[in-house]
Write a protein that binds this ligand. Sequence first.
Ligand code: ATP
Ligand code: MG
Length: 423
Amino acid sequence: MNFKVPRGTQDILPAESWKWQRVEAIIREVCDMYRYKEIRTPIFEQTELFQRTVGDTTDIVTKEMYTFKDRGDRSMTLRPEGTAPVVRSYVENKMFGYPDQPVKLYYQGPMFRYERQQAGRYRQFVQFGVEAIGSADPAIDAEVISLAMEMYKRVGLKDVKLVLNSLGDKESRTAHREALVAHFTPKIDELCSDCQSRLAKNPLRILDCKVDREHPLMATAPSLTDYLNEESATYFEQVKRYLGAIGIEYELDPNLVRGLDYYNHTAFEIMSTADGFGAITTLCGGGRYNGVAEEIGGPPSPGVGYAMSIERLLLAMEAEGKSFTEDAQLDVYVVTLEKAAHEKGFALLQQLRNAGIRADMDYLDRKMKGQMKSADRFNAKAVIVIGEDEVNNGVVQVKNMADGTQEKITDATVIDTLLEKLR
Ligand code: ATP
Ligand code: MG
């Protein structure tokens, strides 16, 4: 029997995993700079949490969740996104009582969606996201957007654009909803069956349909922007002004609605404009979600946040020909030539590591030549050679791999000598 990685998932092998670590380090640096603190929530939650927040009519909830009954007959779901769990934790842990509001959190970890696999679309993918909960200041919307842009900037991406929209508040959305129903009803037969059921349940979702994207009714659909009430319009204006104040450019897209129900007011996506990035160009999506905490039993707690997948960030880097430089160089490789030397080498190896020197040795009892090849492959800066003579005389040979020079060094001074040379 041959086993394969499940469809839509991937192994991240050593040749790639160092890049992930690099991205993770940048995430920590940037979040630290903006005072966002890490939160880690479970991989699974009660199914109802996602139904209530992400929304019953969204693709995520209707088609994409990994839902199962546990042995206690409770319905559980592998988290498809991070906001609902974070808000759940915010409410459950009464973070609304923390003295410093808004509470600024970030998370990073695997999410699960049963999707059709294609480039940039996996069934298990890693999202990094931030949530600022407890403030309705439009400046925090701009802060969150700037944090997202900063991530892409730090990995060297240039071909990215910010697309912005406002979904307005409840009143604005109700007015818009009526206009949408009036617009789509006469020709609803021309749209897919999903859209037909969306018309009654949640007509806004029609605008996010992946099947009918090109249908002429989409381009002529009533725009949310025209239905914003004064308060919503003012809020949107302020967000734009704050973005302007920090030099962040954006494009307006009145049809940007996002794939989750909980958004209101600000909605945004960051897209890659790089040639060859493929059909899916969204790198990051987010927005404001003022009602979510209340929806799950908390006090009113306005929030704003976004999520991006690391997979798509790395794909965008590839499309733009940007890469990290790998720092995979080993400091010292220890070559040993017989059994007694192997023991001495093994003890020395530990001393080297204890001194903060990255070191390794041979465990396959290979000849000198094979061991030297490994030292080359690992790009070792120095090689220590230990044979019978060296064991008997209390010395080692240290070879500098850059210039090929070799010198004999006594056991007592080898660590200090290497520390000096490697500096
Ligand atoms: P899409 O329209 O691409 O399906 P979405 O609206 O479902 O996106 P969100 O739920 O807002 O996306 O997720 C935010 C980000 O997470 C996306 O912009 C993308 O970077 C990433 N993402 C979402 N689904 C996947 C997936 N299946 N594989 C990899 N990354 C994903
Ligand atoms: Mg999706």
